[in-house]
Structures are given as C-alpha cells and as structure tokens.
Design a protein around this ligand. Sequence first.
Ligand code: ADP
Ligand code: MG
Length: 559
Amino acid sequence: VGESQRHEFQAETTQLLNIVAKTLYSEKEVFIREVISNASDALEKLQYQFMTGKDVAENELPLEIHIATDQEKGTLTVKDHGIGMTRDELLDNLGTIARSGSKAFLDELSEIGQGDAREKSIIGQFGVGFYSSFMVADRVDVYTRSFSPGSKGFMWTSDGSGSFEIAEAENVSRGTKVVMHLKEDYKNFSIKTTVEDTIKKYSNFVGFPIYLDGTCINTIQPLWMLDPKDISTEEHEEFYQFIGKTYDKPRYTLHYKTDAPLNIRSIFYIPETLPQLFTVQHMEHGVSLYSRKVLIQSKAHKVLPNWLRFVKGVVDSEDIPLNLSRELLQDSALINKLSDVLSARIVKFLQQQQKKDRVKYEKFFKDCGTFFREGIVSTNSDEMKQEIAKLLLFESSHEKAGVLSSLPVYTSRMKPTQKNIYYLCAPSREVAETSPYYEALKKDDVEVLFTYNEQDDITLHYLSKFEGKSIMAAENYFSVDREVKSAESVEETQADQSSDSLTEEEAKELVDWMSIILGKQKVSLVKVSKHLSQTSHPVMVTVADMVAAKHWLKVMRAE
Ligand code: ADP
Ligand code: MG
C-alpha cells in the first residue's frame, strides 16, 4: 500500500445552493419563518451585548422586527435593529453555506459558561435558513451594520446562482435589512395578507414585536413559556381561540412544564364543543409542535396518540432534534417518548378532574367518552390501558339509573369472595334488569355494570382485566362461573317439585324436539339445567364467547 493522501471535498456552490433553496424545504412560505428567525436571533444577541455592558451603536433603536411589503416593486423587506454584521461576518455567515454564526455564538457562550439562558432563545443552528429566500427571490440584498460603535455599513447582494458581492453602503442603521426581490411566480409574497397569514402561522410567538407595514401583528404571548400562575382565564381563552381558530371556550386547561425526562413546555385545552360523532373519525390533530417558539409542525400527529386528537394545544420542546429544514422530526424514539410522557400527563389530569368536579366531568365523559374507549382499544401499553380505564363511567346494578360508577369504585365495593368484574351490555336499563343473565348475578348479590352501547362491550373485552381482576360479560357468570359453582352447591338444591314442572321423561322429549327443530347449525347442545330452577326464566341461550358472537351477529345484520 502506497502513501495515502488527504483530500478536501470540493463543493459545487451553485449546486449546493440549488439543493438548499429548491429541495430542502417542502413549503416555499417557510422562507419568511427563516428570515424572521434570523432577525429574532440578531436581536437576542444584541440584548446579550447590552446585558454584558458592551457599548452599542445607536442604542436608542428599538428591539423590533419590521416587515414591509411593496407590491409595485414586488419586494418583501425584513428589517431588524439587532446585532448586525461587520464585513468579515458578512463574508463568513452569508458567504459560507452551512455556516451558522448563531451556532458559533452559542458555542462561545457555553465556553465561558453562559450558554444556558441564551441558548433557549437562539433559533438558528444549521446555517442554511437564509438561503431559503432564494426559493422565492431572484435577488436578495442585505444591508447591515454591526452594533460595535464606529462600524461601517455594507451591502451584500446575490442572485443565488453561486456568487455574491459586498460593497460599503451609506445610511445603513444598526442591524440588518433583507430585501427580497420576488420571482414572477412568487409575487404573492409582496401582498400584505399573504405575508400576515404566514407570519401568524409560523412566527407569531417570536419574542420580539413584529410590525407588518407599520402594524404590530404578534400581540398574543407564547403562554406556554410563562409561569402558569401568571396566566388569567381570559388570557387562556384568547390563546385557545387563537390556536384553535374557534370562538368557544376551553372546558379544561392543562399547563404542563417539565425538564425531565424531556424539556417540555406545553398547554392543552379540551374544547367545549366537539365535532359531530360522524366526523370524529376524520378529526384532525389539534396540537402544534414548536421549538423555541417557532412552529415546526401544525396539527402534529405524532406528538399525542391518535385517540387524544380532540385535545388542542401547543407543545414546545428544545430536545426534539430537528433536521435541516426543521420540518421533519428525526428521532422517532424521542417523539414516541414525548408522546408517552404527554399522554400519561393528560390522562392523570383527567383522572383528577373526575374527582374535582364530578358533574362537569360526567358531562365531559358523555361528550368525549368515545375517545377513551378508542384509547383502550388502540393503545399497546397495558399500563396505559389501565389508566385510561379509570376514566370510564358506567351505570351499575348497585346504583339507581342515572348514577355513574367508575371501575375503581366498583372494585372497592367487591366482596372478598367475588373474583371477577361483571358487566352486562343491553339496549336499556330495563332490558338489563330483566335479563336472565342479570338475574343469576342479582340472586348471588354480585354487582353488575350496565353498559348501553356496543363500544363499551368491545372496550371492556379489550381491557380484559382491571386491578388484576378479570372483566367478564354477565353471560359468562351463568355459563362458566355458575357451572363451577353448581358442581358444589346447586346440584344439592332440590329441583322444583311443583306440579307444573316437567317430569324427566317430558323434559327429555322436549330437549330432543328442540334439538331437531333448531338443528346442529344453530345450537351445539340443548340440555336440561337446574340452574334455571332458581330463576324466573324457562329457557336461556348461552354462548362461549359472547362478545365475539354479538359482533358476528352485528356484522351479519349489516350485510
Ligand atoms: P442559522 O440561522 O441556522 O445560523 P442562516 O442561514 O439562517 O443560519 O443564517 C446564517 C448566519 O447569518 C446566522 O447564523 C447569522 O450569523 C447570520 N445572519 C443571518 N441573518 C442575520 C441578521 N438579520 N442579523 C445578523 N446576522 C444574521
Ligand atoms: Mg436562521
């Protein structure tokens, strides 16, 4: 093997610019987010200079972002009075693709042990965002002057095809002004309303005032970053209406902040009005994902499990690794973790609400219970199933009609001898109470939960256990549990000897006749049972797997 030589990769700048500008971002409109984020970073860095007592040129200039549209010229201009750039910085930061002056700034701070506080607010890190302006502009002019007193103003200009020019410029104030000359196809970004919508979508919560053609447009604060105690009900309502694009009020509000196991700043709202049942299946997710107050994904469908799609809100996490274009979430394990943490917190919150205001909760359960049922059926985690199960409410044989009981309440009332949890699915309370399946349980003084919709039936079937106790359909009590018992006790009780009962011979005749009439396809066995001698029902149908059977019947009926 000969001596090896080291080579640097060569980059075809024109190509690279093309990749960044044309293929990195899926939505053209995000260039506005990128340029505003840079302005915000520049203001953030200037604030740091103030804080550390540095001399700042033109220190009376406000820390604001000004955006101007000019439809006639077809331009969009974004101006800040932030830190600005010297000639060298211009060369470095805007002349090197994938070099981030912001990242370098943060690295410097963390070297001197000051990183943490600022780090939370600086948005840039990849050094490509600026070039997204070339998706929509065929020329970009940057006017800039550094904050350090005595600095000169410069103008940088490029058509994004591989080269740029820098010249000294007169009358440039501290900070940076980016003028984008829009391509023919993207002149709509010089229309005020288009720009306003885009800013509100992505950059509404940026930490500095944003003025569009002279009017401040980001008047709503990023509430999720504040201390929960500092937020009034009215502020929550306004914020909820803003993010939910709605006019109702939140019925529940959960403001959740934590630093472990992940950094999370979040607010969740449960709306007063929910979509009609038939649209529930196709309901969009209501939570948006932010990172450092900049929108990453609206209607983010991975941040909460599907069954929680009725929850609206905002989740901001610095720990979610973003890719270059910010739009894709890279680490799915981390997103899953985020989703687990958040859903556990929301479920716990709802459990607390059940205790806190029962009347309100029952109304909520009536409106949203179907989502919990979906949660139990769809979630893989047994632990989570158990937690969601605590949110369910049922009528019970122990209580009057209209009174609802939860599973924990049911189990607390179980006698030591009772092994299983029983429920009976029927069209109404009346039918349930006169059901032969119920009669047996009633006789043995075993509490039964009454459910009146088929969803409950499937849900409990999926849940299968609660607090370690099996959940059984009442039908099973008769066919399985009683059978076991009967071996010990029922046999001993003398069959009713009254005159209207059948003789053994008559009974055999009846059984034979019924077996023939019904046939093997309908029943597997007809037999005389002594169990019924204790109830008021002459005949009963039992099925090994009642839930499956009922479903099968339903499917057949639908066909
Ligand atoms: P990033 O923001 O990820 O660092 P960008 O491509 O958006 O990457 O910007 C590159 C660099 O250019 C920034 O890190 C910053 O140093 C500099 N820059 C861009 N816009 C401004 C501005 N408005 N004021 C000062 N510096 C800026
Ligand atoms: Mg940037």
